[in-house]
Design a protein around this ligand. Structure first.
Ligand code: FES
Length: 59
């Protein structure tokens, strides 16, 4: 997945935006990311992808 790929279709949030939010806010959970970016706050089908990004960035 590239940084400009949309992760959350409901809110049109890209992988890059999620990575930036994680780094800027030291975010650790999907809830944190939802509060910060609104990604994952609608249908929830992107939660697995968001989890993968958290793992990738925090690792
Ligand atoms: S695709 Fe992210 S909440 Fe629906």
């Amino acid at each position: 997945m590239e940084n400009d790929d949309i992760v959350c279709n409901c809110m049109q949030i890209t992988k890059g935006e999620i990575i930036e939010a994680i780094k800027a806010g030291n975010l650790k959970t999907i809830e944190d990311i939802g509060d910060e970016t609104e990604a994952g706050t609608v249908c929830g089908s992107c939660h697995d992808d968001i989890e993968d990004i958290i793992t990738e960035v925090v690792r």
